[in-house]
Design a binder for this molecule. Structure first.
Ligand code: ACM
Ligand code: ZN
Length: 549
């Protein structure tokens, strides 16, 4: 730390652009693991500087363009156009006076990176282009937001080494309760990239709307993507009378996959089944136990009408939908939901009861045979996904219905189901309501807040989350692959409201995902967050102000 202030004061002695506002500060969100400032003079970032990338590497070329654009956006300097470096070029020579992007096989972590700044130049190295991109995000966030174009920006001399604590670092968005445009989904992915995250969990189907084109079942979007009205507030009984809906074509989904992949973010699509399926049932009533009729829901909650696992046509439907889905989304995981699926209809459906009998689904104490029917359903879906080279991920309800150990569990009803799942050998993503549900209020003073689902989840509580419960052994803890926050949108209809709910709580999540627990410090984080907020403001994003007052 001493070193840091020494180097900063050195930077102040530099002749050009020496005002503090024009000096980079590497203490960003998430805080890099190691920031070693050195005593040499820093590097002057000016318009004569170019970003250099290895010739023939399209990912690194794209990285170079991103960095060039970020510099322009942050400090209003138009760097020289990115240049490629051939194998014959001497890196030291060409890197001189420039920012060099490099691959370094000695870096251990797939997403690890280093940044070295001397008076000669800047080198950002990663084991992979994804690591380099994460280093670029750190350099981007280190830059000041300047109001007036400077001659140069000072980058204090430094050696930074960083790698994320968790490999899975996710954000979820429910585009089914309310539909959000393709442009906004891209903006959300920009937020994910800015915060050093690498998974976008895209919740695409619900009782209130089906949002993805499936060519074999056109009524899913002709009928299921639209509701004729929406209840106002918390199921008040009063409706707005306004038709709401929309869906993404497969081409548009591919556009999102590419947009995310360009930023090293994997899109995990969710088709929630067998519950939360009213929109699909409205389109194809034969998939339900009673045969309908059904309506795309106008209200919020959990509904008794779900897919009928007694019928083969249901499995044909699910497999057809997933077969199209896997051609769009290269993600190894396909999310099949599995939450909040009532057994009411199954208990009364002769076909479901026959399935229970024919499959010999005998419940143990504390279980119903219908619970095992969800297990049967899920195992069939899982087998199908395996046949397509995919892995199944689903909500923690799957644990209580005898699902296969190869399923990955998303722990939402607290962190306890996730700990149990890890003990049983499942891989786990932690996303408990207690700390990771960003549809909750962010203050207990809710009078002046936009209506939320309930709860109270301030920034500090998000920040405090420790994903690995103390009782887990080292081997069990290895199953906790990462952490994600969810944004359900029953009460969130507009982009600025989404931004308000995730900013700045996403920043707190980023430090949960990146930092070892002993390096977390909430007060210091708030200091760093104030600088990150300047980037939020630069983009005109709507930011909750509670921690900035
Ligand atoms: C959920 O929040 N129902 C997964
Ligand atoms: Zn049935």
């Amino acid at each position: 730390m001493k070193n840091y202030f020494f180097a900063l004061s050195m930077a102040f002695m530099l002749p050009v652009g020496a005002a503090q506002a024009q000096t980079a500060n590497y203490e960003v969100v998430p805080l890099p693991q190691s920031i070693q400032l050195t005593s040499s003079p820093g590097f002057m970032l000016s318009e004569s500087v170019a970003v250099i990338y290895p010739e023939g590497n399209a990912d690194m070329q794209r990285n170079a363009r991103f960095l060039t654009d970020y510099v322009n956006e942050m400090v209003q300097l138009s760097l020289a156009a990115p240049k490629s470096m051939t194998a014959k070029d001497k890196p030291a020579k060409i890197g001189e006076g420039n920012i060099l992007l490099a691959l370094d096989a000695k870096i251990q972590n797939d997403e690890g990176y280093t940044i070295s700044v001397t008076d000669k130049g800047v080198v950002i190295s990663g084991k992979t282009p994804a690591g380099v991109f994460l280093g670029i995000q750190t350099l981007r966030k280190s830059l000041p937001v300047v109001q007036q174009k400077p001659q140069a920006i000072t980058l204090p001399a430094v050696n930074i080494a960083d790698e994320p604590r968790f490999a899975y670092r996710g954000m979820h968005l429910d585009c089914a309760r309310h539909f959000f445009t393709l442009d906004f989904v891209k903006e959300y992915i920009d937020l994910i990239a800015l915060h050093g995250m690498n998974r976008f969990h895209w919740h695409l189907t619900e009782d209130q709307g089906w949002r993805i084109e499936i060519k074999k079942y056109p009524r899913l979007t002709e009928v299921g993507a639209w509701r004729s009205s929406t209840v106002i507030g918390h199921n008040t009984g009063v409706e707005d009378g306004v038709r709401h809906g929309g869906f993404y074509t497969q081409e548009e989904c591919r556009e999102i996959v590419k947009y995310a992949a360009d930023r090293y973010i994997t899109v995990i699509p969710e088709i929630d089944m067998p519950g939360h399926m009213l929109a699909a049932l409205a389109a194809y009533p034969e998939l339900g136990c009673t045969g309908g009729p059904y309506e795309v829901s106008h209200t919020w909650g959990i509904f008794p009408d779900v897919l009928c696992p007694g019928k083969e046509v249901t499995f044909q439907f699910v497999e057809d939908v997933l077969a199209e889905l896997v051609t769009i989304f290269p993600s190894e995981y396909i999310h099949i939901g599995g939450d909040e699926s009532p057994r009411d209809r199954w208990a009364e459906c002769p076909l479901c009861q026959q399935r229970i009998k024919s499959e010999g689904l005998v419940a143990k104490e504390g279980q119903k045979s219908e619970d095992l029917l969800q297990g049967y359903f899920t195992r069939r879906v899982e087998k199908f996904l395996h046949g397509k080279g995919k892995k199944l991920i689903g909500w923690d309800e799957l644990l209580s219905c005898g699902v296969d150990q190869t399923s990955t569990i998303m722990s939402w009803r607290g962190a306890e189901p996730g700990a149990q799942a890890a003990k049983q050998g499942h891989d786990v993503i932690m996303t408990p309501t207690t700390h990771m549900y960003l549809d909750y209020y962010q203050t207990d003073n809710t009078r002046r807040e936009p209506e939320a689902i309930g709860g109270n989840l301030p920034v500090e509580k998000v920040y405090s989350f420790e994903p690995i419960a103390g009782e887990l052994t080292k081997d069990e803890a290895r199953h906790i692959l990462g952490v994600q926050a969810n944004l359900w949108t029953e009460y969130i209809a507009y982009p600025h409201h989404v931004e308000y709910m995730v900013l700045p709580r996403m920043a707190a999540l980023a430090e949960v995902q990146w930092l070892q627990p002993e390096r977390k410090n909430y007060d210091a984080f708030i200091g760093r967050l104030k600088r990150l907020k300047e980037i939020y403001d630069l983009h005109n994003w709507t930011v909750a102000q509670h921690v900035f007052r």
